[in-house]
Design a protein around this ligand. Structure first.
Ligand code: SF4
Ligand code: SF4
Ligand code: FES
Length: 259
């Protein structure tokens, strides 16, 4: 039965402690903090740092769900600490670092590899000069606007079992969203399907939708980005009619070039 807010006096947190350099010292420590109305997990972490243990490390910036810095696993689920009310939980709350990334210290992980992956995505390539006057229709804007809401919290990367098991081979949901935002831009003329098939490891994703369920920006990652990107790859590389058409048109282009 859920604890009524007026009955709650304190919050008990079980927090992961450790450093990436010596995993033999990994442990959990329990802290009890006074409850406040509308308290979120990040408030409790700040109370611990100010009053109980100043050595506890946690990353945060905006306290408003905008910067994507305070990502952690709360009772085993990837969440933003600043957007997770303690009232969501009845008993002890376990807070751990994201497990898909190397540990730096306590709740802080090294997410820098994501910036290397970001550079792999073939960039925006307009079909006309960017100073060209271009009329964009609202439906075109809406297609990629949803993807621009991404705050790069990397919670979707953290929850993805493919990233956890085959990190080197799959760019992950955040970067499929990035590729989709470019592919759906009406000015972009580049075909990224070969990259998505051969370099991005899109085939590893088995559409479990875990990433979509935990995205704090409610981006429909799987339905609106991953599935259309998979369809582009299939259309371009596996559809026999498209393959035949490209074969014929490629041959006629070559023949014309010889004449
Ligand atoms: S797509 Fe959603 S979960 Fe993934 S990094 Fe962006 S905001 Fe975070
Ligand atoms: S839908 Fe694909 S990208 Fe998203 S969590 Fe599942 S396997 Fe990973
Ligand atoms: S502190 Fe910025 S998203 Fe949580």
């Amino acid at each position: 039965m859920s604890l009524r807010k007026e009955e709650r006096r304190e919050v008990v947190l079980r927090i992961f402690r450790g450093t990436g350099s010596d995993r033999s010292k990994d442990r959990y420590e329990t802290f009890t903090v006074p409850y406040q109305k509308d308290m979120v997990v990040l408030n409790a972490i700040h109370y611990i740092q100010s009053h109980l243990d100043s050595s506890l490390s946690a990353r945060w910036n905006c306290k408003a769900g905008r910067c994507g810095s305070c990502s952690a696993e709360i009772n085993g689920v990837p969440r933003l600490m600043c957007k997770t009310p303690v009232d969501r939980y009845d008993g002890e709350i376990t807070v751990e670092p994201m497990k898909a990334f190397p540990l730096i210290r306590d709740l802080v992980t090294d997410v820098s590899d994501n910036y290397r992956v970001a550079k792999m995505i073939p960039p925006f390539t307009p079909s006309v000069a960017t100073d060209h006057v271009w009329r964009m229709y609202q439906e075109d804007v809406e297609k990629s606007q949803e993807f621009r809401k991404c705050i790069e919290c990397f919670l979707c990367q953290d929850v993805c079992h493919v990233i956890r098991e085959h990190k080197a081979e799959y760019i992950g949901p955040r970067f499929v969203v990035k590729a989709a935002s470019l592919d759906m831009h009406p000015l972009d003329a580049l075909n990224r399907s070969a990259f998505m098939k051969d370099n991005a490891g899109l085939g590893y994703c088995n559409i479990t939708k875990c990433c979509q369920e935990i995205c704090p920006e409610h981006i429909t990652i799987t339905d609106n980005a991953i599935i259309p990107e998979k369809e582009r790859v299939v259309d371009r590389h596996y559809d026999p009619l498209v393959w035949l058409y490209r074969k014929i048109t490629y041959r006629s282009v070559k023949q014309n070039a010889k004449q």
